[in-house]
Structure formats: structure tokens, C-alpha cells
Write a protein that binds this ligand. Structure first.
Ligand SMILES: *[C@@H]1O[C@H](CO)[C@@H](O)[C@H](O)[C@H]1NC(C)=O
Ligand SMILES: *[C@@H]1O[C@H](CO)[C@@H](O)[C@H](O)[C@H]1NC(C)=O
Ligand SMILES: *[C@@H]1O[C@H](CO)[C@@H](O)[C@H](O)[C@H]1NC(C)=O
Length: 406
């Protein structure tokens, strides 16, 4: 039976629907692009009440050839293909990374990307700007995945599969990391989704070192396999899940204008005097302390200044915030607003509208040419959270697509 099901999954995974959708953007003057759509399933991951599952899937199904990506979005589904609601399966994040692998190389299962040998795998990060592999993904979202607009508009696209720079004997591949937390029957839902160390009974990191002083929660406390505390006597069955992801693309042509992917992190503290490659210090996560006062109420305001080596036109922008997030804004050096993105909280029970969860982020689609970043311009990322209570391991990211020509 299990085998049968795997066969079915495989069939679904290779099912590629070729749709012909004429593009409706007005600034697309003449050429009609033929958009293709592929719907794929990740390998299976098994959840049980309280379990935190963070899986790395290598060499996943992805469209081949020299193409321009127009959209990538995903959601967690169960064995029957139904959308799993966030109050059962909390999607901490999924991310998609691009790399070159030696042809014939088989990635060992459940190794972290940094554990793969450098002679077999070369990571290709996005254009900005965190140190080493931090936040190097091309795409990635969390609980907001179902309702957040992710289209790359008009004649713009993210160019991949161009074959340029691939070392001899290597090929392009894609990796998927899916981090989901099964919160059925847990004692403290917010504590489990914010990866509170006391809820997971974790006091040491993966390498056995004691946690740094003051570390109350974050990814170190909900690694793959960690269990969040359940209500006494709660019992629930194991369930199979998949990430169902939808990719849209067009074949590469001269009429596609490439965009670069930048992820700016509000925890980044730039050191301008450090050598190239070491200038950034993105921590990815931070804590919002409980704090209220008469002037500001209960508001936590965090910001970072980040210099863009090269500029261009902002084509798309969206922030990533966790529960408690109020909004995020990206400013230019003169204070002008480049994009403002706010969370939308759900109001009901059904998948896509779960009460108390961030179910969408608003996005920016500036008219191409209207929002320009200068070469060497220093941007300011601002993230706001409510601070009536502690929020551990939150994020304040800004994801932008930048075109160097219009
Ligand atoms: C928490 O972890 C400690 C060891 O780190 C263990 O002795 C204890 O039994 C655990 N408590 C629970 C409730 O699992
Ligand atoms: C910035 O980088 C320089 C050169 O690597 C280093 O000497 C200095 O300590 C760094 N400053 C901070 C605040 O980290
Ligand atoms: C109120 O809180 C804000 C943010 O936490 C802080 O920046 C500000 O200095 C505080 N104001 C007073 C009067 O304490």
C-alpha cells in the first residue's frame, strides 16, 4: 500500500501542466509570454503531536532548462491532498536553495547543507547580502504562504538554468528545507511555534554546547525531532505530510528582463571596514522583550542600515514577520518609502484563514521605474512587533526583486 501511494506521489510530482496564460500587464508591449506551470510534491515527512520536523530535501523536482522563474509558492498538505491548517501544522518556514552538484552525486539524507562536501556541492546564493550561506535562498515563506502574492510581474523574471559558470562535470539542482511543527494537543501553542526552549525541554545546542545565556527560544530549540510539551494525556496519531509547490516560468528569451533577489535582515549589523564577504552579520532571528510605556504603548521597533553595492528598480517587495508582527518598511537613504509590507491575521478555522496566525503579507508592485535604488545607497529596514508579551525567535526580513534595466 505504501508503495502504491509512493507511485501516486511520483505521478503527481511529475505532472506538469503547461498552461498558456497571456500576460495582462500593461507595460508588456507586444510579446506574449507562454507561462508554464508545474505542480510538485516534496518527499513525505511524518508528524505526530508536538513534533518539530525540519527536513532538507535535495535534488527536488524543478523545471529544467534555461528559464525565467515567474512564481514559486507552496503549502503543506496531508495524505489526502487536503490543505493542513496552521493550528495543526504550523509552517515555521520553507526555503528553496539553488546549487551545483557533481553529476551522479547522491546527497546523503538528512544532512544539513553545510555538512555536504565542498568538492561535491557548490551553493549559489541570492544577490544579497548576508554572510556565507545565511539567508541565501531564492524563495522562502512561512505561515503566510497561502495568501501572499508571489508573482514576478510583467516581462521580468529570475534567470536560472543558464548553464554559465557551471563547472565541468557539475549540474544545477535545487534544495527544499521544510520546517513544520505539529501543534495538535500542545500545552502552549505560541510557545511551541516560537520554539521556546522550556517548551521543548532543550538546554543544549545540536553540538552539545549549553545554550548562550539569555537564549529563551529560536531555531536552536526546535531542531528536527524536538518535541514540544503536550497537554497531559493527549494522544494523537502520526500523519504523513508533503509540501506541494507550484512553480511558474517562461522559457528564457531576449525579451525577459532579469531581476536579482535580495534578502535584507533587520538583525544585520554592517561592518563597513571589514573585507568583502565579512561585512555582514545577519542573525536571522531575534527576541522581542515584553515592554510597554506611556509614549509608545507596547511596540518593539527594530531597524538596520544596509548598503546596496549596486542599485536598480524595485519590481516587487515583501516582508517576512512572525506572529506579533505589526509591519515592516524599507526606506531609501533620504527616508523615502521603497516598500511597506504588513501582516494579515486570520479570523476563522479553515486553512488560509486561521485565527491568530499571520496568513498573508501585503506586497509591493511599484510601477517599474517609479522606485529606484542608487548604486551604493544605504537602505533602512524597519520591523515592528507588538510587545505586550515576549516573542522569541522572530524574524524581520525584507525580500526585494531588483531589475538593473527596465
Ligand atoms: C528534560 O530534559 C532532561 C535532560 O536534559 C531530562 O532529565 C528530563 O526528564 C526532561 N523532562 C521532560 C519533561 O521530558
Ligand atoms: C570590523 O571589521 C574590522 C576588519 O575586519 C575589524 O577589525 C573590526 O573589529 C570589526 N568591527 C566590529 C565592530 O566588529
Ligand atoms: C518607550 O519605549 C520605546 C520602545 O521600546 C523606547 O524607544 C522609548 O525610549 C521608551 N520611552 C520612554 C519614555 O521610556
Amino acid at each position: 500500500m505504501a508503495r502504491c501511494f509512493q507511485g501516486w506521489v511520483f505521478l503527481l510530482a511529475v505532472l506538469v501542466l503547461a498552461l498558456s496564460t497571456p500576460c495582462s500587464h500593461a507595460h508588456l508591449k507586444h510579446k506574449k509570454f507562454k507561462t508554464k506551470t508545474g505542480v510538485y510534491l516534496s518527499p513525505k515527512f511524518v508528524l505526530e503531536p508536538g513534533l518539530s520536523s525540519s527536513k532538507y530535501f535535495y535534488n527536488v523536482h524543478f523545471p529544467k532548462g534555461h528559464i525565467a522563474l515567474k512564481n514559486f509558492n507552496a503549502e503543506v498538505i496531508d495524505e489526502e491532498g487536503n490543505s493542513s491548517p496552521l493550528h495543526e501544522v504550523y509552517v515555521h518556514h520553507w526555503i528553496v536553495e539553488r546549487y551545483y552538484a557533481r553529476k551522479g552525486y547522491v546527497e546523503p539524507e538528512q544532512q544539513l547543507p553545510q555538512q555536504l562536501s565542498e568538492s561535491d556541492v557548490i551553493w549559489l546564493r541570492n544577490s544579497g547580502m548576508c554572510q556565507n550561506g545565511a539567508l541565501g535562498q531564492y524563495f522562502g515563506l512561512g505561515s503566510e504562504t497561502r495568501k501572499t502574492a508571489t508573482d514576478v510581474p510583467g516581462h521580468y523574471g529570475i534567470e536560472v538554468g543558464d548553464g554559465e559558470g557551471v563547472p565541468d562535470g557539475f549540474e544545477e539542482r535545487w534544495m527544499l528545507n521544510v520546517h513544520a511543527i505539529d501543534t495538535r494537543g500542545v500545552e502552549y501553542d505560541l510557545g511551541c511555534t516560537e520554539c521556546r526552549c522550556d517548551m521543548y525541554n532543550v538546554s543544549r545546542d545540536q553540538s552539545g554546547q549549553p545554550l548562550p545565556a539569555g537564549y529563551t527560544g529560536g531555531l536552536t530549540c526546535c531542531p528536527d525531532g524536538a518535541k514540544c510539551r503536550l497537554k497531559q494525556g493527549f494522544d494523537g496519531e502520526k500523519k504523513n505530510h508533503y509540501l506541494r509547490y507550484t512553480v511558474k516560468w517562461v522559457d528564457w528569451s531576449e525579451s525577459v528582463v532579469p531581476v536579482k533577489v535580495y534578502i535584507l535582515d533587520v538583525t544585520d549589523r554592517m561592518n563597513h571596514s571589514a573585507p568583502t564577504g565579512a561585512k555582514h552579520n545577519c542573525l536571522v532571528e531575534y527576541d522581542v522583550e515584553k515592554s510597554c510605556n506611556a509614549t509608545n504603548g507596547c511596540l518593539d521597533n527594530k531597524w538596520a542600515k544596509i548598503t546596496m553595492p549596486t542599485g536598480g528598480h524595485v519590481i516587487y517587495g515583501v516582508a517576512h514577520l512572525h506572529r506579533g508582527g505589526l509591519g515592516s518598511t524599507l526606506h531609501g537613504e533620504d527616508g523615502r518609502v521603497l516598500c511597506s509590507s504588513t501582516p494579515i491575521y486570520g479570523k476563522g478555522k479553515e486553512a488560509g484563514n486561521e485565527a491568530g496566525y499571520v496568513v498573508a503579507m501585503t506586497t509591493c508592485y511599484p510601477w517599474p521605474g517609479s522606485v529606484k535604488i542608487k548604486d551604493g545607497e544605504t537602505l533602512t529596514v524597519v520591523s515592528n512587533y507588538e510587545s505586550t508579551q515576549l516573542h522569541s525567535g522572530v524574524m524581520g526580513l525584507f525580500y526585494i526583486l531588483v531589475a538593473e534595466t527596465l
